[in-house]
Design a protein around this ligand. Structure first.
Ligand code: DGP
Length: 114
C-alpha cells in the first residue's frame, strides 16, 4: 500500500531498527517504546486489521507467533516473560492500519487490562 508507514518500512523507504526479517515477516523496534523491549512484528502482506485476517492467512498468523517465539529466545527475554498485543480499530487506539504484533518486555509490565 502506497501510503502505509509499515509498507514503507518493509520497502526500506523509511529507516527502522530491524530485529528480524524474512520473506514473510519483518520485526523492528517501536519508535515510541512503551517498555525496555518493544518490538513490532509485522507480516509483510498488507492486512489492515485483525478483522481483515482471512482463512488464507492462517499459516501466516501462526508463523508470526513462531517468529515471536524465536525472537524472544534469541534476544534473551523469553524466560522473563513478555506480552503480545494486537490493537484492532478505533477503541483500541490502532494508529497504523497494517496489522502488527506489539511484543513488550524487559521489565515487570503494568496491570493487565483483560
Ligand atoms: P498501534 O497503536 O497498535 O497502531 O501502534 C503503532 C505503533 O507503531 C506505535 O507504537 C508507534 C509505532 N510507529 C509508528 N510509526 C512508526 C515508524 O515510522 N517507525 C517505527 N519504528 N515505529 C512506528
Amino acid at each position: 500500500m502506497e501510503d502505509c508507514i509499515f509498507c514503507k518500512i518493509i520497502k526500506k523507504e523509511i529507516p527502522s531498527t530491524i530485529i528480524y526479517e524474512d520473506d514473510k515477516v519483518i520485526a523492528f523496534n517501536d519508535v515510541n517504546p512503551a517498555a525496555p523491549i518493544h518490538i513490532l512484528v509485522v507480516p509483510k502482506k498488507h492486512i489492515e486489521t485483525l478483522l481483515d485476517v482471512s482463512d488464507q492467512d492462517n499459516e501466516l498468523i501462526s508463523y508470526v507467533y513462531q517468529i515471536i517465539n524465536k525472537i524472544a529466545k534469541e534476544k534473551g527475554f523469553a524466560n522473563n516473560g513478555f506480552r503480545v498485543i494486537v490493537n484492532c480499530g478505533k477503541d483500541s487506539g490502532q494508529e497504523v492500519m497494517h496489522i502488527h504484533f506489539h511484543v513488550l518486555g524487559g521489565k515487570k509490565l503494568g496491570d493487565k487490562i483483560v
